[in-house]
Write a protein that binds this ligand. Sequence first.
Ligand code: MN
Length: 338
Amino acid sequence: MNISKTIYTDIVKNLKQAKKVIITTHSNPDGDAIGSALAVLLYLRFYNIDSHIIINDDVPKNLTYLKSSELIEQYNPQRHDNIIKSADTIVVVDLNDVNRTRNMVRILTDSKAFKIVIDHHTNPKDFANLYCVDTTYSSTGQLIYDIFSTDESFILDLNGAEAIYTAIVTDTGNFAYQRTTSDVHRIVANLLDIGVDPNKIYDLIYNQNSHKVIKLLGIALSKLQLHFGGKVCFMVLTNEDFANTGTSYKDTEFFVNRTLSIDGVIIGALITEVIQLNEIKISLRSKGKTDISIIANSMGGGGHINAAGASVKSSNIESVVSGLMNQLSRYFENNNQQ
Ligand SMILES: [Mn+2]
């Protein structure tokens, strides 16, 4: 879906008129979620507009290098409900289904504020007053860059440039995924001109793992399973694996991409047992035209053509794995050219 550029100026106009803005994003935030939220915060603070980022979770450790990330607040009803109620504008980034804000769903839904969604996922759910959703974009950060570029009085500083760069670099898998267009590279060239250091940021994002997380990755790799004649690769992590290594499901963000590194695999899945939430998390990746957002949708989740996921309320990982096998069988039956 391509969108009319007048929405960009509408968003800029609405934000500049706002008195108090709450910015939020999805639970388990990634680089695009955090980078995009910070880019919006820094834009509003450039104009001295009262603004706060409030999210369901804490900031992943490898993103805390971002300047102003210490301003991101983890949602606490006692502390934040009144602040959220008094906001006249709510900006939701990198998310199009308010349910992905988890504990914040009710307070956000009940709010009478003007709600803006800036996002690049498929199938937006009805929630906001103004949608800026473009699924051709690599990342929400890229979209935010284009929106703020329409405001000629705004000057993007190094902190804002690093936030947007982080959003783009993480959501493109270091400029490797589909939708890594020439426009992406032109924007990144501008960000480098502002002073962004790609080597420094790569090191900060990807080379700060603890030994125990790499041990967990070793377990995950040693248990890889191939299905459907080698077209599908499953990586399954149980609570026992986390307990044995002293890690948690939050440590697995980059694991799923490893499933696609095997020759012949077109769909990879990381299936994670999260007993704290009574959930089984499914993270899906695919190559080329293989659209795994269909499979994620059929399991109650969503996402993009090549990157999607779902969280299934269950304590039975075997039954979720067999449910996923059934959805994959159905997918291959309907798309037998693959
Ligand atoms: Mn994104």
